[in-house]
Design a protein around this ligand. Structure first.
Ligand SMILES: C=C(O[C@H]1C=CC=C(C(=O)O)[C@@H]1O)C(=O)O
Length: 319
């Protein structure tokens, strides 16, 4: 079975008036200070099975855009997941038995849809299995940043989103799935996923609940003044993940000595990196980065020493 052509259905019916009507067994409060927003697999390949101008896709994209903006304003980190193109059979393993060879880079189908394009300071993790925790630095990233809430939006509710919420539950992370900011193969499977999540592993909320939770935090942040600048290592991690996504490869495939221009990095992406540095009060210009276009050289400039550890399959840095 490949992914079916998805018929239109409405998201409106997925929103309930009360916590109990979702079947939620918990009433965990949404805590913006402890949250990471996960935008799950909103890649062209998966989105294009929907009618782009119909429902649920129109409302889904609008609602996710709203939530992303609210989370950014509230200082909540945003993580995107994207499955890599051209997965080798030995990497893809049993997924091939269920879903065939998977996505490629044809027509840039592996890219996150333009309407939800990650910003240069957002994290993009390469995802190899249904759960966003499998073979990604997501769990470590949350632990290192003292986050224990994962707010989840994207596709598909009964597959990767349910799997991620279930693994969050089993690893002591509170998963919140946004009923009108996820979508599925059908209304029935969408409802089934929310029914299971609310009763077995997480809390189902709505766009409106996210709005209320982020408004409170936005006010608190505004009173604190400018954002706290990121450390050199945090910035470098974000750059490495952003570069790897731009090059259509996993971050652990990046060679820290390799000339990034020769690997396909373009000047537009480099300008975005300069902007991120400036937002963090780091004055390293385009020319300096272009003059030594390797992750190793940039690490030295930022005072962070990245070690891409193949064994641990993640990017680690020494502060
Ligand atoms: C969007 C997802 O990707 C999975 C679902 C269908 C096909 C898949 C594939 O071709 O690899 C993914 O495993 C998800 O996990 O919700």
């Amino acid at each position: 079975m490949a992914i079916p052509k998805i018929n239109n259905y409405s998201l409106t019916g997925q929103v309930k008036a009360t916590n109990e009507e979702y079947g939620n067994r918990v009433s965990w409060p949404l805590d913006a200070n402890k949250a990471v927003l996960l935008v799950h697999d909103m890649q062209k390949y998966f989105v294009e099975f929907y009618d782009q101008q119909g429902e649920p896709m129109r409302s889904l994209v609008q609602n996710i855009q709203t939530i992303v903006a609210q989370c950014k304003a509230a200082g909540i980190p945003i993580v995107y997941t994207a499955q890599p193109p051209h997965q080798a059979p030995e990497e893809r393993a049993l997924l091939t038995d269920f879903w065939g060879a998977g996505l490629t880079s044809e027509n840039n189908q592996h890219a996150i849809v333009e309407s939800l394009k990650p910003a240069a300071d957002d994290l993009v993790f390469t995802k190899w299995r249904y759960s966003a925790f499998q073979r990604t630095p997501l769990h470590e990233y949350m632990a290192e940043n003292n986050k224990d809430q994962l707010w989840i939006v994207g596709v598909y509710a009964h597959i990767g989103i349910l799997s991620t919420a279930l693994e969050a539950f089993m690893t002591d992370i509170k998963a919140f799935v946004v009923a009108d900011a996820v979508a599925d193969f059908s209304s029935t499977e969408h409802s089934m996923a929310l029914h299971y999540i609310s009763r077995r592993c997480g809390r189902v909320v709505a766009l409106q609940d996210i709005h209320v939770a982020t408004e409170e935090n936005k006010a608190a942040l505004a009173s604190k003044g400018a954002n706290t600048p990121q450390t050199g290592s945090e910035i470098l991690n974000n750059i490495a993940v952003s570069v790897s996504t731009a090059l259509g490869m996993a971050v652990e495939e990046l060679d820290q000595d390799e000339n990034l221009f020769e690997m396909g990095l373009d000047s537009i992406r480099l300008m975005a990196i300069v902007d991120v540095l400036r937002e963090n009060n780091i004055e390293i210009g385009f020319a300096e980065l272009a003059e030594q276009p390797t992750l190793k050289a940039w690490a030295a400039m930022l005072g962070a020493l990245p070690v891409i550890s193949a064994q641990e399959n993640r990017l680690v840095t020494n502060e």
